[in-house]
Design a protein around this ligand. Sequence first.
Ligand code: UDP
Length: 357
Amino acid sequence: MKVLTIIGARPQFIKAAAVSRAFRRSALFSEVIVHTGQHFDSNMSDIFFDELEIPHPDYNLGIGGGSHGQNTGRMIEAIEKVMVEERPDWILVYGDTDSTLAGAIAAVKLHIPLVHVEAGLRSFNNRMPEETNRKLTDHVSTLLLVPNVVALGNLDAEGIRGAHVMNVGDVMYDAALIFSAKAERESRVLDDLGLAPKQYILATVHRQENTDVRERLESILRAFAAACQPVVLPLHPRTRQRVAQMGLSIPGNVKVVDPVGYLDMVMLEKNASLIATDSGGVQKEAYFHQVPCITLRDETEWVELVELGWNRLASPASEGFKAVFSSIPAAGRLDAMPYGDGHAAELIAKVIAEHNR
Ligand code: UDP
């Protein structure tokens, strides 16, 4: 059976690393990988294919750098051509990016069964481009594979339920388990950056609501300046661009580095005393590596981590945000397993095979 996988952005490469590995281990599958080009810098794209042993894409569409509408439209057109040529049995999309939505629209128009991995997440904030992408994709998917019970409930509330909706666990948990030992063996990032375990705060900032609103970005930088430990900030290209455009300056206690590969990121996460992020994936990885997390947003899709005490929401627009990093929060509870058993990728392959006709 032929699966055509559409990926384009950093978190999708990490998810695909786990799932492509499961496809390669089964005689039932052949996979064609389409990279839309949404993320194109070598440290936002190529490095993941190399170190996570993802097969190099069969197609690279080179579509990135435009507005949401521009990118999505161009992707639909180009992806449709590939689908017509390849005639796959399934289209597989991940998460909530413009590449996800473009793949979904192209698939349904050609009546090709569509599987959405990481279905059912909701922030209930319609101003987020990701929220629109994930909702529309969920409503046209043939198979909806969700990472946890909260996502099942979200879909149920929208009338999406039945045998085509399944909780398979979170493939990012699989990736964390698969690549952790390799990261320990191969990454030199702590030495290279002169960092001692538990003596720094790791931060990532890339969400549009923070990067494109001057007051929020300034507020985040001010809070970093008041942090109780040095801050390490692998800087996303969009954020770097906005900081420069707005003429903001980075506080002296913040060590800015280029985006790092996944293995270095795992080591930075594991050894941080605290993670401060607006990333979806990084919030979960903080929990996988048992590091407290503060999420720089007004809401989160991963509400179970707040309930378990591993994650705290802190809006950069709120009173008192400046002091949010003045101490390291306590660890949360470990008595629940909200993201499955680390074998989501195998289960995804099994479920697709069972639904193939
Ligand atoms: N990540 C990485 N290098 C970095 C920053 C993040 O490898 O410099 C990884 C991180 O470990 C996680 C994923 O990228 O697996 C998260 O992607 P991102 O924050 O871009 O997107 P989101 O999860 O918010 O959709």
